[in-house]
Design a protein around this ligand. Sequence first.
Ligand code: PMP
Length: 359
Amino acid sequence: MPRAYNFSAGPAMLPETVLEQAKTELLDWRGAGMSVMEMSHRGKEFVSIAEQAEADLRELLMIPKDYKVLFLQGGATSQFAMIPMNLLRGKMKADYLNTGIWSEKAIAEAKHYCQVNVVATGKDKKFTTVPERNSWNCDIDAAYFHYTPNETINGVEIHAVPDISVPIVADMSSTILSRPIDVSKFGLIYAGAQKNIGPAGLTIVIVREDLLGNTILSTPTMFDYKAQVEAESMLNTPPTYAWYIAGLVFKWVKAQGGLIAMGERNQRKAEKLYQAIDNSSFYANPVDPTYRSWMNVPFTLANPDLEKTFLSEAKDAGLVTLAGHRSVGGMRASIYNAMPEQGVAALVDFMKDFEKRKA
Ligand code: PMP
């Protein structure tokens, strides 16, 4: 059985060479006589794995020295609470941009801790576009500005970092490592690992040092970034195996040519798929072309009665997990870093053939 092209939004495809290496090292990691899963997180072998992963991530993203990198648990969802707990720093207000379902979840959680000022919302346009920057009602007294550069469900992506006067906090769960970014423009970046980094269970946080150390009083120690920095993300037992696989993925990204090469490839993949959708009256994508995601491409069929057949025939052709999120329906192709260009080409060929037969 060949490996499928898996268009899942996350957990998502991992590079095959990474899985092969994990397989080779599964029972005995480089002569240690044990699997990485069986190692003490405080032993020198695992510490070397952890340090190398951080060094490679720092190199890939060119993370400045005054930023700390954390390897945490709890998913991006825990960050929705940890961010206000840590970054309000005595202030009462935070700015949030609402571009879709994940922004809304972050907003709902932040409301437990502070006054949330929604600077603008795309809701009235069904999250198919992002309100113009000059219409945003930003508050200069906000502790920080939060946004979701890539909305995984709606397929809406803000391709340039907005110009904002307070620290910018970004949920990069579904776009981190998809292209180069200028980390110095952000106060904090966070991402669940299970799309572009590695297995679920690991959450990456990149945070500017000077924002740390002023948490709200009731913050649990596990949720305190500064305490996690001081413990090198090992306040408790970290997700060691996921951390190791993330390290292999970082090496793979470097071997692909780093983030510039990754970005070029991702843009080509996305353009090919959007072009196929736009050139047909059988498929449609509702998102404003300026804000179309490179990572998650939702699309609908002109005749929704054909969706089930589309999905089952696609599966028979080795193209799996193409159903849209349960909240929006339709189809969605997630084409993260590990989706090869051949995978997108195979999907486009399948879509053309399906249209020819069913339209
Ligand atoms: N933010 C975004 C943009 C996401 O795509 C997801 C997961 N799909 C989350 C947050 C939640 O992540 P987790 O499941 O790691 O908590």
